[in-house]
Design a protein around this ligand. Structure first.
Ligand code: KIV
Length: 255
């Protein structure tokens, strides 16, 4: 069970692989921490699974600050990573200012989506002493530009591109890198070549850890679940059952 980001390199060398989950609110964060999850990510996926937005591009800094603060109140041990949302890191100055705001409300590290093209922003964050987590491969904040969510690492050009991104982030000093929707062999190769811990989602089994969007794990967002995510309980079904039981009980009480 991880207690500090400084333990990441020891875990990369010695295992076991990292178990990472998202949280957006106090009770979920507290339960994940008590259950022993290694890292908690306040992901901008909250736009979809909490706020009902069509994708992550509508998530604002205000939203991320509000949810990061709630997660902080629930967590005693697991390091918390908070996402910098869409257009909150267009320049190095803006990236650093917003990273500082996330740290002020309780994040232990910040994450942004992008590789080689964002090195000035990433260096500004790291040089200010803020632990940084990268995110490469399929980038949800680019879904509109890309015309959908597409697996990465299928062509030689894409493979070269992703590996160059991973190496650039590693050399800049990222403590970990999320590899999203990457062909498993490419994710394995990156994991072998870099010092930072790789955390895969839809990237095969051979990364240094795995991350899931918690509502996908709990079955609490039944309207969409990616094929690689295995729901281990049916919170949506149980909620419907409990609410319908309550409705029925209310309706007979007065009669
Ligand atoms: O926002 C998020 O939940 C994420 C994960 C999908 C890695 O970035």
């Amino acid at each position: 069970m991880l207690t500090s980001l400084t333990e990441l390199s020891h875990r990369k060398q010695n295992g076991p692989p990292l178990a990472v989950l998202t949280a957006y609110d106090y009770p979920t964060a507290r339960l994940l921490d008590e259950a022993g999850v290694d890292l908690i990510l306040v992901g901008d996926s909250l736009g979809m699974v909490v706020l009902g937005l069509p994708d992550t591009t509508g998530v604002t800094m205000q939203m991320m600050l509000h949810h990061t603060a709630a997660v902080r109140r629930g967590v005693k041990r697991a390091p918390i990573i908070a996402d910098l949302p869409f257009h909150s890191y267009d320049t190095p100055e803006q990236a650093l200012a917003n990273a500082r705001r996330l740290m002020e409300v309780g994040a232990d590290a910040v994450k942004l989506e992008g590789g080689v093209g964002f090195i000035p922003q990433i260096k500004a964050i790291i040089e200010a002493g803020i632990p940084f987590v990268g995110h490469i491969g399929m980038l949800p904040q680019s879904v509109r530009e890309e015309g959908g969510y597409k697996k990465k690492g299928k062509t030689p050009e894409q493979i070269e591109h992703i590996i160059a991104d991973a190496i650039a982030l590693d050399q800049a000093g990222a403590v970990a890198i999320v590899l999203e929707s990457i062909v498993p062999d490419v994710a394995t190769e990156i994991t072998r070549r870099i010092r930072a811990s790789t955390i895969g989602i839809g990237a095969g089994q051979h990364t240094d850890g795995q991350v899931l969007v918690t509502p996908d794990l709990l079955g609490s967002f039944p309207w969409f679940r990616p094929s690689f995510a295995k729901a281990r309980c049916d919170v949506a079904g149980e909620t419907l059952r409990a609410v319908q039981e309550y409705i029925a009980e209310c309706q007979v009480t007065k009669a």
